[in-house]
Structures are given as C-alpha cells and as structure tokens.
Design a protein around this ligand. Sequence first.
Ligand SMILES: Cc1cc2nc3c(=O)[nH]c(=O)nc-3n(C[C@H](O)[C@H](O)[C@H](O)COP(=O)(O)OP(=O)(O)OC[C@H]3O[C@@H](n4cnc5c(N)ncnc54)[C@H](O)[C@@H]3O)c2cc1C
Length: 433
Amino acid sequence: MQHRVVVVGAGFGGLEVVKALAGAPVGITLIDRRNHHLFQPLLYQVATASLATSEIAWPIRSVVRDRPEVTTVLANVTGVDAARRHVLLQDGKTVPYDTLVLATGARHAYFGHDEWEPFALGLKTLEDATTIRRRILMAFEQAERETDPTRQAALLTFVIVGAGPTGVEMAGTIAELARDTLRREFRNIDTARARVVLIEAGPRVLAGFPDDLSDYALRSLRKLGVEVELGRAVSDCTADSVAYGDVRLATRTIIWAAGVRASPAAEWLDAPADRAGRLEVMPDLTVTGHPDIFAIGDVVTVVGPTGKPVPGIAPAAKQEGKHVAGIIKARMGGKTEPMPFRYRHQGSLAQIGKRRAVIDFGRIKLRGALAWWLWGAAHIYFLIGSRARLSVAINWLWIHARNQRSARLITQGEAADLSLGKEAEPPAPGRIS
Ligand SMILES: Cc1cc2nc3c(=O)[nH]c(=O)nc-3n(C[C@H](O)[C@H](O)[C@H](O)COP(=O)(O)OP(=O)(O)OC[C@H]3O[C@@H](n4cnc5c(N)ncnc54)[C@H](O)[C@@H]3O)c2cc1C
C-alpha cells in the first residue's frame, strides 16, 4: 500500500510540505478546518480596508488542483491517536496515517486574561480582519452622528496593544486612513483628529529589529500622528476603555497585537511544550517519542544555530516544511539517519506607512521609501497567482496615488450600533433598521 502522509494545517508550513513532496511515492491528505490558505502578513491590510479578503486568501483545493495524489479534507482536528496512527476529527471520523505532519499554527493570547478577548480584537483569521474593519469604520460612522463630545472622543480613539510588526503596521495604516482617506467624506467630524494610540510594554517599538531601525519606526509613527506609549503594560480592557500604567483611556476600539498561544497539538500528544504551548521537538522536527510525527511552524519551538529560538514567521514555517518533506523523501528512499533542521534567517521587514518601511537583512539595513518599495515587491512576489499579484499591486498604487481604499465595506450587519456582541450577529431576517 502507498505510504500515507497526513498534513494537518494548510498554512505556510503545511502547504510547503505538500509542495516539496511533489513527485514522492506517497499519498497525501491535507486537512484544514478552513477552506482557504491565508497570507497572514497582509491581514492588517484587510482590517484597515486596503485590500479585499479574496486578495490574500485562496481555496486550498484550487492550490493543490494539479496534484492528483493530494486529497483535501475540510475538517477540524481534535486529537491524535498515536498508538493506532489515526488523526481524530471533530465529527467523530478518523484519518489513518503512516507519517503525520502537524502544522496547526498559533492564535493570539491575552497573557492569562482571556476575559479581555471580547473587547480587544485579535488578528489571525479573515473573520478577525473583517470584524476589525467593521469596528473601525463603524466608529467613524457613529462619531459622525454623536453629539456628546466625550462619547465622540472615545469613538475616535483607536488603541493598538503591542508594537511588533503587526501593531506598528496597524497603527500606521489606521492613522493614514483617518488623515488621508476619510478626511473629505465626513461632515460633522474631522477624521484627522482621531487618536491612534500604540501601547507597548517594552522599551521600544519593533523590538526584533536593530535599535536604529526601531528608532526610525518610532519617529515615523509619531510623524503620522500615532501616540506611542512605551514601557507600560496594559492592565485592563473593557468595552469602553483600556488601562495601562496609571492611565485609563476611553476608547471603543482596542486591537490586540501582543502575545500568541500555539494550537493545542502538544495536548493531543501529551508531549512537552513551552509556556506558550509550543511543542518542543527533536532537532529533526519529529515529536519526542514519535518518529513518525513531525511538527512545524508556529506550533513548535525550535532553537536556531545561534542558540536563539527560531522566530514564528512564515519563512521559518516554510523552511521547516521543506526540511520535513526532505526527510520523508529520504526515508522513502531507505535513508534513516537523523537530519537536523538548520534555520537560515533571510531578513525582517515591516511597513510603517506609505513610503515608510524598515528592512533588516543583517549586514544590509534599509529604511524609508526604498525599503517600502522592496517590502511591497517582496509581498507581491509571495502571493499566490498572477491575478492576486496584479490586483494587490494596482490597489497599492491607487492608495499611493489617490489615498483611496476600495475595500471600505461594512459587512456582517446593517446599521447596528457598536455594542459588543451585537455587532457580530447577522441581521435578523426582515429586520428594518
Ligand atoms: C497578523 C499577522 C501578521 C503576520 N505578519 C508576518 C509577516 O509580516 N512576515 C512573516 O514572515 N510572518 C508573519 N506572520 C506570522 C506568520 O503568518 C506565521 O508565522 C505563519 O503563518 C506560520 O505558519 P504555520 O504553517 O505554522 O501556521 P498557519 O499559517 O497559521 O497555518 C495553520 C493552519 O492550520 C489550520 N488549523 C489550525 N488548527 C486546526 C485544527 N484543529 N484542525 C484543522 N486545521 C487547523 C489553520 O486553519 C491554518 O490554515 C504574521 C502573523 C499574523 C497573525
């Protein structure tokens, strides 16, 4: 019987395993609980109305259409029976495997304060992005009709928690949305007076970048009008405020860009994990005690050649995926010697706003307009298919030239108010609002 490889998760890591196994004498089952592969690095652009959802996500079936040996299963995995070599699905069915690859990624985490989740919106899925987009656009709509100045100020205050690349990118783009895109369209409010507040517990923004690039990012954010609050951790989030240090700030929009928690693969296998739930794997990326189970991407913690942990970024997940496919192919060819994974860091990129980005290639460091063009070219290159590449390039050029953001659609409801929970409900049939 043909060797059965089951890959759980069609994100960056899982898809790379499938891609790199092309031509190998194996049958592949690719399981994901969503029907699409998502390009998470540009999720914030959907959340800030710059791109449409279909520009950064692709049906998994279409991605593997030309690979007859790959079967796609849309299902939620809830466990692994390692003794029987079966993956357990939520609907009670099971999928047998000879080799299993777990690539289920991570989700945002609230440092033990899960009660903040309904108020501080995380960004991980397309639904998260369209919910944030809706919240931001609704805040401007509500502020336009609000007569009480205190409530209006709270509606026009946007708080982002965490100044890593996602937080910085969100803050810069919301500031541009308010100052450039929306300014001429409202009559009762000056959208340019909206406050965008970026709160970071650490001493600097973009802590993973060298000091000079981090300083440039801070200056650029301030030029865009973003208020950057460093060195103070958030201590509370509610429906209408955020607390940090000794400040409580009234706001109706909090975006959470701090902290991640791995998907529960370690629990499925009762295997060792770090504090963020990431599986601790062997140097060849197999799970300890399970030579037939690999784990890759954001769901694992791996130490790189310098002794530092491999970062939770797309290139790392892809390199790990390629490595695992190489081991599977070697094993199929009768080679069984261990093949330790070695991570090669290709660089770090972050966009701050129009014509402002930072790139750290190690010896080469770039900032400003050149970095922004390179950032754009790199992201367009990694999108799937020419249609998405062309469409994203045109959208960016349009934003660049005209400040217009075409994806400014409020979906998931009618003119419902901003009360939490209510906004997520679909409109009742026949409701007149
Ligand atoms: C907002 C944001 C911005 C980012 N920006 C960048 C960036 O600029 N550059 C960069 O390099 N990296 C960036 N990253 C990180 C990068 O996206 C991740 O490191 C990368 O996606 C990890 O790949 P993965 O394959 O491990 O997981 P993912 O790509 O997250 O894929 C996991 C897959 O598993 C599926 N899955 C999860 N649980 C189950 C289950 N129980 N059953 C079935 N399927 C399941 C999910 O649906 C998903 O398709 C960003 C991440 C986010 C959230």
